[in-house]
Design a protein around this ligand. Structure first.
Ligand code: NOJ
Length: 747
């Protein structure tokens, strides 16, 4: 038996060795050897060229520098990568120029493919509400398939910034406030983008951004400073980045903010010590748009030369658009301010990715017009977009009016500025296509496709999204009066949440709330759909209508997904990935806060307590919250044992029963609290969840296994440890309504 095994191993080795040989018998070089052989041929100027990324001449996603000689610079090897160049034709055209350079090093084309390219998926925050990790991976997979066919090699996603402040416009791009959920989603998106591996024609390089702590901008103002303890950085903000690195993400993007006084772009601690050191990240780091040069505005660099030096020495490998590297790096090397070894390391990392993507073997591998065309109307992609759009919807309130029973209504009134909207369903970071008006499904179309032929559909816009005019109210009220039920759509326009879209008020813009009041005053039942890129505050509406459905920005298939949910063809299962504040005054608000020495335990508990005198402690809707058309009942928690040792595990079990009248899915959430620690621990931390499906009347047992690795945290010396002691464990359908038990970790 042993002999046979040996034979198999030897044979396998022979096969492997022969696979490494070229037809002429010479050994095939490894990628590292090929990288080195290119590097040896390169002049210093050519190396610096690889560390330079320019925006293309067709579209921009940041402040542009006018450049008359863009094409000439590509031809002379001064550009390593370009962004915002899409389409097989354009990418081919610019690649041809790069191949006229002395060493014919191909360009890398990067693009913000944040939630789809041709087929627009729900915004990432909405997808996070699905808590459906395979569906999220699929979303990135579809995006990669479509955009790679347009000649793009690299997606500037996933954004994995934790966000606890809904005023910050970029919350829409991430997975919300929780590091555990955020880490799983980060991994899924990286896997989705990179598919079966770099070099496959349907894979693109992913980019974990923005490294790091960009989401903690003071006051929720985009690009603002961040000052936080290193412990909080490691415990809350870094885990999704680490997860992305572990999943093999090809690149990282650093961030605009300073972190504790050092711009992230020039942070040796972040880029060299943590990322390339502790985490052994082998890919490369691109700056954010202009962030190298912007260190002058920060007051950290006196000029672009100093900025290039600081960024490069700190481990930022490629300069997006600030032109600091291309203008100054060569001289900085000659003057001894940046070591050649630092440049070589950066260029090696960049070239390695170009080799892995197969661009040295075929620079036009991805720019294929036939493949691009074939992706154009891919019905599987549309189906995937609809699937996750349904799963992303969160039912916030339902007094029994939903799901709508088709036959019950002679007339349905559709009111509000989003009823016939098309591009507002897409949200920020999405692409416009000439056929959008027929391709994007509006709410009107979604309802039209579901209603019975006998039911009349009535429509009035009522008002614009962000306008002061109430001229359309009268028509809307008249429509409401003629309808048996009203579906009222409110929310934010496509460009109200996104980059540089911070808002101090997160209320409904314009006169939408007044419109809602006027419609509700008719006394007719009203279902409200909220279309937005972030948690909004809309208490009056929520408290005065029978049903509220949070539909975010759901993408191309929005209307169909909404139709399925309204008419009960899909039972909503989404759960909020961010706490929804009662008012802006509670921000930042998040479920995993630390206990204080004077904790308030209820809203009447205000006497010398850490509470507001004029405002509730509690969010409007807590993290993890979301209703279903059915009801799930949780049993008490059972534990396999109440004490366990570090080399053991403990099972935490709950029975969940579908006690309502519909089949449905539930996200069963597990939280843990470390009661006493050498540093203060959060009152609850998500440590696991399962998305389960139960037919009505069905019961199932959900079992979580906890070991010491689930109980680790960063102590004040930044060691990632666990400590014996008492723990509380909570299980429920959201972070607030939970069953509770306790166990002890003994030495
Ligand atoms: C700036 C944004 O912060 C970043 O996320 C994006 O990838 C770049 N611009 C390129 O558009």
């Amino acid at each position: 038996m042993k002999k046979n095994l040996l034979l198999i191993v030897v044979l396998a080795q022979c096969l492997f060795v022969s696979a490494q040989k070229l037809p002429d018998g010479k050994a095939r070089k490894t990628i590292d050897q090929r990288v080195d052989s290119v590097l040896k041929l390169m002049s210093l100027e050519e190396k610096v060229g690889q560390m330079n990324q320019y925006n293309g001449p067709w579209a921009a996603t940041g402040p542009l520098t006018n450049d008359n000689d863009l094409l000439g610079q590509i031809k002379s090897g001064k550009v390593g990568s370009m962004l915002n160049v899409t389409g097989a034709v354009r990418t081919k055209e610019l690649q041809e120029l790069a191949l006229q350079s002395r060493l014919k090093i191909p360009l890398l084309f990067g693009q913000d493919v944040i939630h789809g390219y041709r087929t627009i998926f729900p915004i990432p925050l909405a997808e996070a509400a699905s808590w459906d990790i395979p569906a999220i991976e699929r979303s990135a997979r579809v995006a990669a398939t479509e955009v790679s066919a347009a000649g793009v090699h690299w997606s500037f996603a996933p954004m994995v910034d934790i966000a606890r402040d809904p005023r910050w416009g970029r919350v829409m791009e991430g997975a919300g406030e929780d590091p555990y959920l955020g880490s799983l989603i980060a991994k899924a998106r990286v896997k989705g983008f990179q598919g079966r591996g770099l070099g496959q024609t349907d894979a693109v390089m992913a980019c974990a951004k923005h490294f790091a702590a960009y989401g903690a901008a003071v006051g929720g103002r985009d690009y603002n400073s961040v000052d936080m303890s290193l412990r909080q950085l490691h415990e809350v903000y870094l885990p999704p980045f680490k997860a992305a690195a572990e999943a093999g993400v090809a690149t990282f993007m650093n961030s605009f903010n300073d972190l504790n006084g050092i711009p992230a772009t020039a942070s040796t601690y972040l880029q060299r010590d943590i990322l390339k050191g502790q985490w052994k990240f082998k890919g490369f780091v691109v700056s954010d748009w202009g962030s190298v040069g912007e260190m002058i505005n920060h007051g950290y660099a006196k000029d672009n030369a100093e900025a290039a030096m600081q960024a490069t020495n700190a481990g930022s490998d490629m300069d997006m658009e600030s032109r600091s590297n291309i203008q100054h790096l060569a001289k900085l090397v000659k003057d001894g301010k940046v070591k050649m070894a630092v440049i070589d390391d950066a260029v090696r990392r960049i070239l390695k990715k170009k080799f892995e993507m197969g661009l040295f073997d075929d620079p036009f591998k991805y720019s294929n017009e036939a493949r691009e065309k074939a992706q154009w109307n891919n019905t599987d992609h549309l189906a995937a977009a609809k699937d996750i759009a349904k799963k992303s919807i969160v039912l916030l309130k339902n007094n029994g009016v939903l799901p709508l029973v088709k036959e019950k209504y002679k007339s349905i009134g559709l009111v509000g500025p989003f009823v016939t909207a098309k591009s507002d369903n897409l949200g920020f970071w999405s692409y416009d296509w000439p056929d959008d008006s027929t391709r994007i499904v509006s709410v009107f179309e979604g309802v039209l496709r579901k209603k019975t032929p006998e039911t009349k559909l009535l429509y009035a816009k009522g008002c614009n999204i962000n306008d002061t005019s109430t001229a359309g109210f009268a028509e809307a009220i008249a429509i409401a009066n003629q309808s048996d039920i009203i579906i009222l759509t409110v929310g934010e326009a496509r460009d109200m949440t996104g980059e540089a879209k911070s808002r101090s008020s997160i209320r409904l813009p314009g006169v939408q709330e007044e419109l809602a009041k006027a419609i509700i005053a008719t006394g007719k039942p009203v279902v409200v759909l909220v279309s937005a890129g972030r948690p909004l505050v809309f208490n009056w509406i929520a408290d005065n209508v029978p049903a509220v459905v949070y539909t975010w920005w759901l993408g191309t298939q929005a209307g169909d997904a909404i139709g399925d949910v309204l008419f009960g063809e899909y039972n909503p299962s989404g759960k909020l990935p961010m706490s929804f504040p009662l008012t802006e005054g509670q921000i930042p608000i998040y479920y995993n806060y630390y206990s204080t020495g004077r904790p308030a335990t209820s809203d009447s508990d205000r006497f010398y307590r850490s509470a507001y005198t004029d405002l509730s402690l509690y969010p409007k809707y807590p993290f993890g919250y979301g209703l279903s058309y059915t009801q799930f009942e949780y049993s008490d928690i059972r534990l396999s044992q109440t004490q366990f040792k570090p080399n053991e595990k403990i099972d935490v079990i709950v029975s969940v029963r579908n006690a309502g009248n519909y089949d449905g899915e539930e996200v069963v959430q597990l939280y843990v609290r470390d009661v006493t620690g050498s540093v203060v621990r959060p009152v609850k931390e998500l440590k696991g969840f399962r998305k389960i499906f139960l037919q009505k009347g069905e019961t199932t047992e959900v079992r979580f296994t906890i070991g010491v690795d689930d109980l680790r945290f960063y102590n004040d010396k930044l060691q990632y440890i666990y400590e014996p002691g008492e723990f509380r464990v909570f299980i429920g359908g959201n972070s607030r309504d939970v069953k509770e038990a306790g166990f002890t970790l003994i030495k």
